[in-house]
Design a protein around this ligand. Structure first.
Ligand code: DGL
Length: 264
């Protein structure tokens, strides 16, 4: 029996969107979900801050929880620190990068929106993805820290006024050519958690895509042939900062199989 968990890592609750996709494919997977609440939010931090924080923290987490694999369920951390984490750790690390390839395969208008954090949308990693997979598309980008906050609030049971979603999406649709966007990449793992609200706020119908299904397939591929427990053990949610509002997140965590909560 192999009880080693898969460790999912994000700054907050965004990585739950990735955990959900992984669980759908691997229902017996033991999971540890780590929210770096002490470092939240990442999207407004510098490359130097993320680059120093994430590899060091994941090193500590790997020692403590002995995972079989780590999923950096955060676009900001992945686009900045994935290579450093991989070279520091002696275990497989799956990253989350903007699903521009998926969007390019889907778009008919050849105008794609990339909605991420400020830190993610300015990364050369995103330039490279756009050049490699969407060279015949216009790729418009917008970073929003507010949308991360709205997703965090939404999981705590606080809905926001639809006008706030409309104003955030205007950051994409009001750019030159933005009226032709037909596909939006949710390039922050928080955003699929409010996809329903985003869809309702869009000025015309658009498809939303993200990388979670691809990540789930990658986890399945990398763990192929490994044993899983007969029944998934209760999942563990770990917060690096205080969990003063853990009670408000309880339902959302339990809904993802995370029934135990601890702080680091
Ligand atoms: N969920 C994270 C991402 O995918 C970042 C949210 C934040 O801390 O700003 O980029």
């Amino acid at each position: 029996m192999d009880e080693r968990p898969v460790l999912f890592f994000d700054s907050g609750v965004g990585g739950l969107s990735v955990l959900a996709a992984a669980r759908a494919l691997l229902p017996r997977m033991p999971a540890v979900y780590v929210a770096d609440s002490a470092g939240f939010p990442y999207g407004t931090k510098s490359e130097a801050e993320i680059g120093a924080r994430v590899p060091a923290l994941l090193g500590r987490l790997a020692e403590r929880y002995r995972p079989r694999l780590i999923v950096i369920a955060c676009n900001t951390a992945s686009t900045i620190a994935l290579a450093a984490v991989r070279s520091a750790l002696d275990l497989p690390v799956v990253g989350t990068v903007p699903a521009i390839k998926v969007a390019a395969a889907h778009s008919r208008s050849r105008v794609i929106g990339v909605l991420g954090t400020d830190a993610t949308v300015r990364q050369p990693y995103v330039d490279d993805l756009a050049a490699q997979f969407a060279s015949d598309c216009r790729v418009l980008r917008h970073g929003s820290a507010e949308l991360v906050a709205l997703a965090e609030a939404r999981l705590r049971g606080d809905p926001a006024d639809p006008s706030r979603y409309r104003a955030i999406l205007a950051g994409l649709f009001d750019q030159p050519g933005g009226d032709r966007i037909d596909t939006i990449v949710n390039a922050c793992t928080h955003f699929p958690l409010v996809e329903h609200e985003l869809r309702a706020a869009a000025p015309h119908p658009v498809a939303f895509v993200d990388g979670s299904a691809g990540i789930a397939r990658r986890i399945a591929f990398l763990t192929e042939g490994q044993a899983w427990p007969v029944i998934a053990p209760p999942g563990l949610a770990v917060f690096t900062g205080g969990v003063s509002d853990a009670a408000r997140l309880g339902d959302a965590l339990a809904g993802h199989g995370l029934t135990t909560v601890e702080t680091l």
